[in-house]
Write a protein that binds this ligand. Sequence first.
Ligand SMILES: C[S@@+](CC[C@H](N)C(=O)[O-])C[C@H]1O[C@@H](n2cnc3c(N)ncnc32)[C@H](O)[C@@H]1O
Length: 232
Amino acid sequence: MSLPAPNNRLISSWVDNAEAWTTAVRTGAIPSRRAGTDEAILQAIARAPEGAVIDVGCGEGWLSRAICAEGRNVLGIDASAPLIEAARSAHEHHGARYETVSYAELATRGAALGAPFSVAVCNFALLDDNVASALTAIRAVLAHNGTLLIQTVHPFTACGDGPYENGWREETFGAFGGRFPSSMPWYFRTIGSWIGELCAAGFVLESVTEPRAANAALPLSLLITARRALEA
Ligand SMILES: C[S@@+](CC[C@H](N)C(=O)[O-])C[C@H]1O[C@@H](n2cnc3c(N)ncnc32)[C@H](O)[C@@H]1O
């Protein structure tokens, strides 16, 4: 029997792994997060324009909770119903909402979900090969001049022994402790590919930074800030 297409397996892995992932995030079991990627995205959000935020691929909701604690309204969306359930049960607050919505569904449900948003944030959440569709859907729910923040694995450090070219890879979560029932396909993307996709989807790059832990030789992540381009 053939395996499901990587995109389907990617989505289902976040249902299978919801409990293990929630535990890993909430117990601080992901070293790069403690070393600086959490702080980097929080600082980027603090610098972003005021207004409502959509946390795209919010997972168990740690970032939405942090954004809400800063006094902003936030909508967290994720395709994984058990992760949305975990987010809701950790945080019922008038300033935060969580909805089980895939990026494909975002394209048609934006207005009902409260668009336009001032800021969209994707923290390690753009994982499939068709990033163009997700970016187009995000662009449609952003206000004119709205800001998009993407934090992702740094292509240089994530490349490993594989070729430096776009392609599917497999994450086993072995470094995070806990029992992750399913491995996750994810799509490795070069820096050039990230920038090309953003420009093609109607975004203007504002900055590309490479957060590093103090005294570390290599970056922890790639952090892209872009603005929704004005209509031509
Ligand atoms: C690595 S987790 C990151 C979660 C959260 N942003 C954080 O910082 O902890 C990736 C998340 O993206 C979600 N995701 C991936 N592809 C998605 C899609 N096409 N539609 C909706 N959610 C998706 C997964 O369900 C998962 O919760």
